[in-house]
Design a protein around this ligand. Structure first.
Ligand SMILES: Nc1nc2c(ncn2[C@@H]2O[C@H](COP(=O)(O)OP(=O)(O)OP(=O)(O)O)[C@@H](O)[C@H]2O)c(=O)[nH]1
Ligand SMILES: [Mg+2]
Length: 396
């Protein structure tokens, strides 16, 4: 009965919904919905329309107000849609009420992210991690799902599940969860041993928001061939390569990107994939400077790093995609100027803010890659010097 199949199917027409809460501006929510549209696109759907509503807090029954929901339902009558995607988490009963009012499947941002992760998971570890997060996510929503099936079953006289059926399902889900946990523990044991074998090398991890160019930079620095593309969450597993710059060896890892409102269960179950980040000696925080919200993305990354316990590490901030930078950023403090002049000011500002641990590059146009290599090399050597003052072969 329990089903964690794909929610979003290819070419599905999606309507997106977000609410503007007290402290928010309409523009902010619109930008969040743009990101939601990109997520939907990554999952294979097409966003045909967005709705927003000003509400001090979500409606406990229908998330958006009743009138707004009617507006959405009316729109769907004339513009066929397959799915409604909400930017915030929905409860089981909200899903049921929304589906009843509109006749269309309703999912939330967490569902969508889980869906994308499920689709992209290739290794048995990533698959088990996503499955674990999916089961944890549906456990508290089982009752609502049953109601849903009951309704689809339709006709008069069909009886819904009793408490026993729901209880049975809960047990099945709980069993699956503990089974997956065990399987992951086994996998973790193996990778711990592998990581230990890497011995004394300094470890450097690429971290950052999704789609900022981490894998592209990994490829550039390590001449490896890691999958990179213009979709969210292209990378779900950690790849580690040994790199040697001017006789100084170190390990470089590329890993899963972060995003605003990453479902908590996903962070939990991906914790071991992110061990590489937690155990790193140096982080390269990659930022997409061409994104109008890059500062918020940086804040999300820092918050997630904190949640992971990857704090108090030296960080080099790599501002990538300078080729795509447009003056559309809303930095009031910037003097007007040409794109180059503004980028220059930005660079000065960030150099100051990071005590010169920043570098501005374009991975695609291969601009300032030497600078990037130098700053990484310098920091890696300093770490070797600190750790093994006698192994001079690593830092001369
Ligand atoms: N314009 C421009 N695009 C870039 C640059 N670097 C990377 N990209 C593009 O950005 C997209 C995402 O690149 P990835 O390297 O896959 O990004 P990622 O951070 O690894 O993404 P996830 O693994 O999904 O978190 C790709 O289409 C890249 O070609 C750059 O310097 N300039
Ligand atoms: Mg990647």
């Amino acid at each position: 009965m329990i089903d964690i199949k794909q929610q979003v199917k290819a070419e599905e027409r999606a309507v997106l919904v977000g609410i503007v809460q007290k402290s928010q501006e309409e523009r902010e929510v619109q930008e969040n919905l743009d990101e939601l549209a990109f997520l939907a696109e990554t999952a294979g759907a097409v966003a045909i329309k967005t709705f927003t509503q000003k509400l001090p807090q979500p409606d406990s029954r229908t998330f958006i107000g009743k009138g707004k929901l009617e507006e959405v339902a009316a729109y769907i009558k004339t513009h066929p849609a397959d799915i409604i995607i909400f930017d915030d988490e929905l409860s089981g009963s909200q899903i049921t009420n929304i589906e009843k009012a509109t006749g269309v499947k309703a999912i939330d941002r967490s569902d969508l992210i889980l869906d994308i992760f499920a689709r992209r998971a290739k290794t048995s570890r990533a698959k088990a991690q996503v499955e674990l997060a999916q089961y944890q996510y549906i456990l508290p929503r089982l009752r609502g799902m049953w109601k849903h099936l009951e309704r689809l079953g339709g006709g008069i006289g069909t009886r819904g599940p009793g408490e026993t059926e729901i209880e049975t399902d809960r047990r099945i889900v709980r069993d699956k969860i503990s089974l997956l946990r065990k399987r992951l523990q086994e996998i973790d044991k193996q990778s711990f041993t592998q990581r230990k074998d890497r011995g004394e090398f300094i470890r450097v991890s690429l971290v950052g928001y999704t789609n900022v160019g981490k894998s592209t930079i990994m490829n550039l620095l390590s001449k490896s061939d890691v999958f990179a593309e213009n979709k969210l969450f292209a990378t779900l597993d950690t790849t580690t390569r040994k790199v040697v710059f001017e006789n100084t060896p170190f390990l470089l890892s590329d890993t899963v990107g972060f995003i605003r409102k990453l479902p908590h269960h996903l962070i939990e179950s991906f914790k071991s994939t992110l061990d590489e980040v937690r155990e790193a000696d140096l982080l390269l925080h990659v930022v997409d400077i061409s994104h109008p919200k890059y500062e918020e993305q940086m804040a999300t990354v820092n918050k997630t790093l904190q949640e992971l316990g990857a704090v108090d590490k030296p960080v080099i901030t790599v501002f990538n995609k300078i080729d795509a930078y447009e003056e559309t950023n809303f930095d009031e403090w910037l003097d007007a100027g040409t794109k180059q002049e503004i980028l220059h000011q930005l660079e000065e500002r960030w150099q100051k803010a990071t005590e010169n641990k920043a570098v501005f590059i374009s991975a695609v146009e291969k601009r300032n890659i030497d600078k990037l290599r130098n700053i990484v090399l310098e920091n890696v050597r300093a770490l070797y010097r600190q750790r093994y003052p006698y192994k001079t072969e690593y830092f001369f």
